[in-house]
Design a protein around this ligand. Structure first.
Ligand code: CU
Length: 208
């Protein structure tokens, strides 16, 4: 009986952990994966987690620093934004331009994520980093990490910033749309109609 209860709890925990994502560095505002809280990563801008007194605020390099994510989905689009202030409501700076497409679940560490050069920040400026992930349904997940921008803060070392094997990301180049459209035009029209025909057979087959 005890064992059964343990397995049930373990299974529930595993299911929870398999969903959504975490920020490992800088320290996130709250553990929004914890089942003991009412945070929801579906809630923008920061999963419903309120800004705490400076306990969870990390000193982060003024020119940009490291970001370490714990990804739980097979793939996702990732957007990293930044807003200035203590209680940020407007995340109007984008740190991922273009946005990223990540593959694999596990730790993804970006050692040096530069801040915009025109950012009106000085040593001691408070800011919040917002990470948004977007999956195939179009619904987004949100998490935030509060930082103090510091001239003397440093990025994580190579040994602290390790990406798990099988995890990677690529910036999504907008130019690739035009490129694939060009490729599409050169595709043999006969093979295209053959594919369409097969699709129709499949659809009718399914409805019978
Ligand atoms: Cu999820």
């Amino acid at each position: 009986m005890v064992l059964a209860a343990f397995i049930l709890v373990a299974a529930a925990g595993a299911q929870l952990a398999s969903a959504h994502f975490g920020i490992e560095y800088p320290t996130w505002r709250a553990n929004t994966l914890s089942s003991s809280t009412n945070y929801s990563q579906w809630t923008q801008p920061c999963a419903g987690a309120p800004v705490l007194p400076d306990a969870n605020r990390t000193d982060w390099p003024l020119k940009g620093g490291s970001l370490k994510l714990d990804l739980h989905h097979a793939w996702t689009y990732i957007f990293v934004n930044l807003g200035l202030g203590v209680n940020v409501t407007n995340f109007n700076y984008t740190l991922s331009d273009p946005f990223w497409n990540s593959t694999g679940n596990g730790t993804l560490c970006v050692k040096s994520l530069p801040l915009p050069t025109n950012l009106p920040a000085t040593d001691g400026t408070k800011a919040t980093i917002q990470v948004v992930t977007l999956g195939e349904s179009g619904n987004a997940l949100y998490n935030c990490a509060d930082v103090t921008l510091r001239a003397n803060a440093t990025a994580l070392s190579d040994s602290e910033c390790v990406t798990d094997p099988g995890v990677s990301y690529v910036p999504v180049q907008q130019a690739s749309t035009a490129k694939s459209a060009g490729t599409m035009a050169s595709v043999d029209i006969v093979s295209l109609s053959a594919v369409a025909g097969l699709a129709l057979v499949f659809v009718f087959g399914m409805s019978l």
